[in-house]
Structures are given as structure tokens and as C-alpha cells.
Design a protein around this ligand. Structure first.
Ligand SMILES: Nc1ncnc2c1ncn2[C@@H]1O[C@H](COP(=O)(O)OP(=O)(O)O)[C@@H](O)[C@H]1O
Ligand SMILES: [Mg+2]
Length: 299
């Protein structure tokens, strides 16, 4: 019997072209792909999830790759789908890496270096005051954010005091803070698929912002990986049991070691513009993903 998978992939930034390439390569292996399976449009009726007239029990695997849209409903169905078929990424890995605290906590427990962090209940403000004395500077991070959004650098106790009323207005359950690391305002983004190194590029913060994210004004530059960075990224992906990962790494100048900032579960492919500038990662990444889908759907 031939194999069939469902796919939900971002379409902007060249995602549609990547999708086409994956579908074509899967077809060569006699795997049919049903694209555009946005869980938003799905319903579950008894034990079957219906999405655009496709029944979940017809599918051998689901490939979910849309970072822009992950509403509660979509994530809810992600979890349900994962109970009955293999998913890339698995729901567990997806849910884990959506949360920076849960990820750093697990990484630290498996010997993967991250920035020092602290999590405390929203009412334990005194703990924050104590920790900033020790760390000098810190970063407040929403644990489920992306693109540098919501990250706030806290330079000293006075900044913390001015910030607290704002944080208290927000309906937060807890505070997650990291020690602000001394680094050269560049990072490594290392793509790993199925335990294998795909590519590495760097990002550099703009002169006016301390974050390297493109959405915060950062820019991509060509950067060779070294063994240490590749090993660290592979270890992080392995610990998170994640099939596809984009691992953000910076060099901590104080501890003189590389640390993992976060593991992204839906790292973007290079855009057509980035490809023109020489960012050459898409073909290798596509091939590894196709191999992975092939292997996971073997009957
Ligand atoms: N502990 C830290 N010390 C110094 N800079 C940091 C720290 N954490 C994050 N940054 C900067 O902020 C950027 C965004 O942080 P990150 O944890 O990757 O969150 P996001 O999901 O928003 O990308 C990083 O690329 C880095 O430039
Ligand atoms: Mg990041």
C-alpha cells in the first residue's frame, strides 16, 4: 500500500517553494503528500480527525511546520494527532521547545550549557532583587516568545524597580530571568535534522539593539561552524529529542564557553533573497527531512 502524509507548512518567505520541493521528492519515493492541512480547519469526531475531507486514519505521518500560526486550537489538535501517528516534530519536542524555561531546565540537567537562569513565582519579587545583585545585569524573557519580542534587559536594581509595576500589570504566573551574558553581539544559528548537522550561519545585532534577531534589526552573515558549536547543537537536539531544530548559540566571554540560548522547533529555511546572498542550506535540509519522513513511514 502506498504511503500518504499530511503537511502544514508556512507559505511566506519562500516556504511555498520549499514545500513543492519536499512534495516532489516524496513523490519520487511513492509517498503522497496532502498539503495545506491547517489544523484550524479540522474537526475531531469520535476517534477521527477530519481536515478538508481527509481522515486522520488515512495518514502515515503529519509534518507540521508553521511557526507563524499556533493557536490553542491548533496546538490542541497537534497533541491529539501525535497520539495516533508519527509527527515531525513530535508534539513532545514541539511543546518542550516552545518554552524556554522547560528547555533550559532540561538542557542543564543533561550537561548542556545555557545562561544561568532563575524562575520564581510572581509574588517573590525579593528573589529577583537578590539575584540582580549577584548577576549585575539580567534579561527578563517571556518563556514562549520569539524574535526577541518581550525580552527586556535589566541593567540594575533601579531598572528592575521601574519595570516591576509594568510586569505586575500583566497577568504573569512567574518570572523567568537569565543572567545577561557578556558576548560579542553575534550568535550562531545551527540547523540540525535527524541528528545531523545541516548548516550554520551567524547573526549580528544592529548597533542600536543588543539582540541578534532579524526582527530586532539584526542581520545574517556567513559563518563557519566549529566542532564545539556543532557538537553543542547536536547535543541540545538530542536531549530535546527533536527531529528538526535550529539551535541558537552564543559565546559567553566570562565563562569562556559556548552556551545554548534556545532551541527553535520550526527554524525557517533560507529565503530566496538569503539564498541569493549565498546562504546555502535548503537542499541539504530538504534531503534530510525527506529521508526522515521515508524512514518514519516505512511499513
Ligand atoms: N542571557 C542573555 N544574555 C545576553 N543576550 C541574550 C541573552 N538571551 C538572549 N539574548 C539576546 O537576545 C536574542 C533573543 O533571545 P532568544 O533567547 O533567542 O529569544 P527569541 O526566541 O526571542 O529569539 C538572542 O539572539 C541574543 O542576542
Ligand atoms: Mg532566538
Amino acid at each position: 500500500m502506498s504511503r500518504k502524509i499530511g503537511m502544514w507548512m508556512y507559505q511566506n518567505g519562500g516556504g511555498d517553494i520549499i514545500e513543492e520541493k519536499i512534495v516532489k521528492k516524496l513523490r519520487e519515493r511513492d509517498i503522497t503528500t496532502i498539503t495545506g492541512m491547517n489544523p484550524r480547519n479540522a474537526v475531531a469526531r469520535n476517534g477521527v480527525i477530519y481536515n478538508n475531507n481527509v481522515r486522520s486514519d488515512e495518514l502515515d505521518l503529519f509534518f507540521s511546520y508553521n511557526a507563524g500560526e499556533q493557536t490553542q486550537y491548533q496546538v490542541f489538535l497537534y497533541q491529539a494527532m501525535n497520539r495516533i501517528m508519527p509527527m515531525i516534530n513530535s508534539y513532545e519536542a514541539f511543546a518542550l521547545t516552545e518554552d524556554k524555561f522547560q528547555t533550559s531546565f532540561l538542557l542543564q540537567n543533561n550537561g548542556v550549557a545555557t545562561p544561568d537562569f532563575q524562575l520564581c513565582h510572581r509574588d517573590d519579587v525579593s528573589i529577583l532583587k537578590a539575584i540582580i545583585k549577584e548577576w549585575d545585569k539580567m534579561v527578563y524573557k517571556p518563556t514562549d516568545g520569539w524574535g526577541g519580542l518581550g525580552l527586556t534587559k535589566i541593567e540594575n536594581e533601579a531598572t528592575l524597580d521601574t519595570l516591576l509595576p509594568f510586569l505586575n500589570q500583566m497577568d504573569l504566573r512567574f518570572f523567568y530571568v537569565e543572567k545577561f551574558l557578556k558576548y560579542d553581539n553575534t550568535d550562531f544559528r545551527v540547523d540540525i535534522v535527524d541528528g545531523e548537522f545541516v548548516s550554520c550561519y551567524g547573526r549580528k545585532a544592529s548597533g542600536t539593539d543588543w539582540r541578534t534577531n532579524i526582527t530586532s534589526g539584526g542581520s545574517v552573515f556567513m559563518r563557519e561552524a566549529n566542532d564545539e558549536v556543532v557538537d553543542l547543537a547536536k547535543r541540545a537536539a538530542e536531549v530535546c529529542k527533536i527531529d528538526i531544530a535550529g539551535v541558537d548559540i552564543i559565546y559567553d566571554m566570562e565563562r569562556e564557553e559556548y552556551v545554548v540560548l534556545e532551541v527553535n522547533g520550526i527554524p525557517a529555511f533560507a529565503t530566496p533573497e538569503q539564498e541569493k546572498e549565498g546562504l546555502d542550506l535548503n537542499d541539504k535540509k530538504i534531503d534530510l527531512i525527506v529521508d526522515l519522513i521515508d524512514r518514519k513511514t516505512k511499513k
